[in-house]
Design a protein around this ligand. Structure first.
Ligand code: ADP
Length: 743
């Protein structure tokens, strides 16, 4: 038989078995009697029908009676004392109708459950204690998990006398494997056999975690009903999962019978809170262990679990130490080599050494780097797309073709895959090759159940003949440690990549700054070079106008005038660009304390305010604070702002321009106010950019003035903004923060 998947296709029986409510099974095994009481008045509320046989009192007679009826005054007193002291785990010896019992009590919700088990005389009361000491020594000297398991089966067999004792280990899908065995000689070996997960369904595993030890004293017992079926205290079925007498699922009994097992004892092996496996004891005939023996078994399983945890931890620690050193070296390589892919795949240590694998691949910025045994790049592309669809940060399987059938084509290289998503376009893969495994099952797991017409329920498989299956397309299993190692590695690599990206951005930034500088110098050079031909043209036009205008027609003279105007515009533009470039190219400020009023007067003279805008009423605040800054630049600032205010209000009937200081947002600011054409709010930001204008051709201009103003303000660590109402006027506000300027 060849199987390509780890997943079992037959779900029917699995669901049926795992739905069986074994904790409220309503019946007990027959080797003892179960009674429930109301703890408030100790009146008997439920009784196992076999009470009649064990106590010699018809079970119906017990219902509603107080417990003293069964125990008598003295024993009841002792029992109550134990209840009060809450030492319920200690059994009490009681004598009922001349028969000795062990009485064990526990609570199940509001019900007090009492198990009465017949007392067994022990020949040598120290036997188990001595054995346990011996076992402890043996366990502590075991140097491997195998040795430990071996010792556990031999010693358990010797201690309790079962025909076969096995260590049964669960795999990641809860299938079990017999990894150690000690048996009577004449019995066939089950060592190495696998059993499907459904043999011990989920709710049984859950119960094992809770009760730890489970005894089936006789598979041929007749299940004893508990009467009444529902608890009178709750009106619900009684949960008897805490009782050692709980009946076993008929499916499980049939299962054991099919295996020719007459009695069994199982003890849970729990490692780090998880059910790791079972110590499973089988006997050909009925066999009962009393409470104390079961406790010894439980104690032994506990010791075994502790030793096992220690053993596993030790091998884990050495594994982790090894991978830690690889991880550290990889990080060092990444720190020394800016190309992460190179660092991980071409250094002394490769990323594929982090965990055991056949090969690996890195996908970064649309390129692949592969090491060792991997699928081809085309196949990797398609696998990556599939993994991206899973939208998880890591993807893991040991049976890729089961979830991604086209991977069957490269199962020799990649039956097992772990992928880590570092970012949207960085993925790292580790591959494990196919390891064709021959799995020997205890019976054909595909036939594990069928519908039993007679019983009208599911029955387990009949044959437990060794049945071999070849697992194809499956790799060695990934371990928890593999995942931990990769998780830590992901953090390292993410950090390195972030740092590298940051460096890249910084380098890009410096390059941009350089490019920008060059561009500024270039525009400065260009404007500077344009200046002399434009000036030359102005001179020629002047000569032309003076010497030849008489010889020209009216139209000719107008054309010359137009040429002169255009030439002037070009000149202004060049001057402005030059000024702007100069501002950009120089970082130095010649800071001094500038008399604002004096500067404004100078500016007004420079722009010929009185001559050019005779109608405009100019109001300058009498006291203006001094400014700290570069006088030449501040001159430009005021010149542009005042020139604009005068220009854009000049067409009003009574143009007004006002300059002063006011307080805005708790800060003293300068303002330049006019009653001109105003600016639509859409342009309040853009007008400060180069060549951005908010007016038509009715007003001459180059669109650079406010860009210069903004630059000057920035250089002085200040801020400027405009508030305006279209057609009513504008107010420009600014302040200089030169004192805080980091020079
Ligand atoms: P321009 O040379 O066009 O005046 P600026 O950079 O100085 O260039 O100004 C940019 C634009 O801002 C102007 O074109 C104009 O639309 C608008 N603007 C500037 N100042 C004022 C103002 N005081 N009133 C109305 N609009 C103005």
């Amino acid at each position: 038989m060849i199987s390509t998947s780890l997943k079992d296709p037959d779900k029917l029986d699995l669901e049926n078995c795992s739905r069986e409510p074994i904790h409220i099974i309503g019946k007990t095994q027959s080797h003892g009697v179960l009674i429930t009481c109301d703890p408030k008045n100790l009146k008997i509320t439920q009784v196992g029908e076999n009470a009649t046989w064990f106590f010699g009192v018809p079970f119906e007679d017990l219902l509603g009676k107080e417990l003293w009826y069964l125990l008598g005054e003295k024993q009841l007193e002792e029992f109550v004392e134990m209840l009060i002291s809450k030492e319920l785990t200690v059994p009490q010896d009681v004598l009922i109708n001349n028969t000795k019992f062990l009485l064990l009590a526990h609570y199940s919700g509001p019900n007090l459950i009492l198990d009465f088990e017949p007392y067994q005389e022990v020949d040598n009361p120290f036997f188990f204690q001595n054995q346990l000491t011996l076992i402890l020594n043996k366990f502590q000297t075991a140097t491997s998990v195998n040795q430990l398991c071996e010792a556990a089966t031999v010693l358990t067999k010797k201690m309790f006398g079962y025909n076969r004792v096995m260590i049964y280990k669960f795999d990641e899908e809860w299938n079990g494997e017999v990894i150690a065995e000690s048996k009577d000689e004449e019995m066939g070996s089950w060592l190495g056999l696998h059993y499907p997960a459904t043999d011990i369904p989920a709710q049984s595993r859950q119960l094992f975690l809770k009760t730890r030890v489970r005894i089936i004293a006789d598979v041929n017992y007749t299940a004893v009903p508990i009467v009444p079926e529902l608890s009178p205290l709750t009106g619900e079925p009684l949960d008897i999962s805490g009782s050692g007498l709980r009946a076993v699922s008929p499916i499980h009994i049939e299962y054991l019978k099919n295996m020719e097992v007459g009695a069994s004892l199982s003890a849970a092996i729990i490692v780090k809170g998880q059910l790791w496996g079972l110590i499973a004891c089988h006997h050909k005939t009925a066999k009962h262990l009393d409470f104390y023996q079961r406790e010894s078994c439980r104690f032994m399983a506990q010791m075994f679990s502790t030793e096992l945890t220690l053993q596993e931890n030790t091998s884990l620690i050495s594994q982790v130490k090894h991978s830690e050193s690889i991880r550290r070296q990889l990080v060092a390589q990444m720190n020394n080599e800016s190309n992460v892919v190179k660092a991980l795949s071409e250094g002394n240590v490769k990323f594929t050494q982090l965990i055991s694998c056949g090969g690996g691949a890195i996908f970064m910025k649309d390129r692949w780097k592969v090491i060792g045994l991997t699928p081809e790049v085309k196949q990797l592309e398609s696998l990556l797309n599939f993994i991206k669809e899973q939208s998880e940060s890591h993807f893991l399987t040991r049976n890729l073709s089961a979830v991604f059938p086209e991977a069957n084509a490269y199962k020799e290289a990649a039956s097992g895959v772990i992928s880590l998503k570092i970012s949207e376009n960085i993925y790292i893969f580790w591959f494990r090759p196919e390891e064709i495994q021959e799995v020997n099952w205890g019976g054909n797991p595909q036939n594990k159940a069928f519908f039993n017409e007679k019983e009208q329920r599911i029955s387990p498989r009949l044959s437990f003949e060794k049945w071999s299956e070849k697992l194809m397309g499956v790799s060695k299993a990934w371990q928890e440690t593999d995942k931990d190692i990769l998780r830590a590695f992901k953090e390292n690599i993410s950090y390195v990549i972030v740092v590298q990206l940051q460096k890249e951005v910084e380098t890009l930034n410096t390059q941009l700054v350089e490019a920008n500088k060059e561009l500024k110098l270039f525009s400065y050079g260009l404007s500077h070079d344009l200046r002399s031909p434009v000036n030359g043209m102005e001179g020629i036009l002047k000569i032309f106008e003076e010497d030849y205008s008489k010889e020209l027609s009216e139209e000719g003279r107008e054309l010359v005038q137009m040429c002169m105007d255009l030439n002037k515009k070009m000149n202004d533009l060049i001057e402005n660009i030059l000024e702007y470039s100069r501002l950009n190219n120089s970082d130095d400020l010649k800071v001094s304390s500038v008399d604002t009023k004096e500067l404004i007067e100078e500016v007004l003279k420079f722009v010929n305010a009185k001559g050019s805008y005779p109608k405009t009423a100019l109001k300058i605040q009498s006291m203006l604070p001094k400014m700290e800054g570069d006088r030449r630049l501040l001159f430009q600032l005021w010149a542009n702002l005042l020139n604009n205010a005068l220009k854009y209000s000049s067409k009003k009937e009574n143009p007004k321009v006002e300059v002063g200081t006011t307080v805005k947002n708790g800060r003293e600011v300068f303002f330049i106010k006019d009653n001109g054409i105003g600016i639509h709010p859409d342009y309040w930001e853009t007008i400060f950019e180069t060549f951005k204008r908010a007016v038509g051709s009715g007003f001459k201009g180059t669109g650079i003035g406010l860009a210069i103003v903004k630059k000057v303000i920035e250089k002085h660590n200040g801020e400027i903004w405009v508030e305006s109402k279209p057609d009513q006027g504008s107010e420009f506000y600014f302040y200089l923060g030169i004192k805080n300027k980091d020079k």
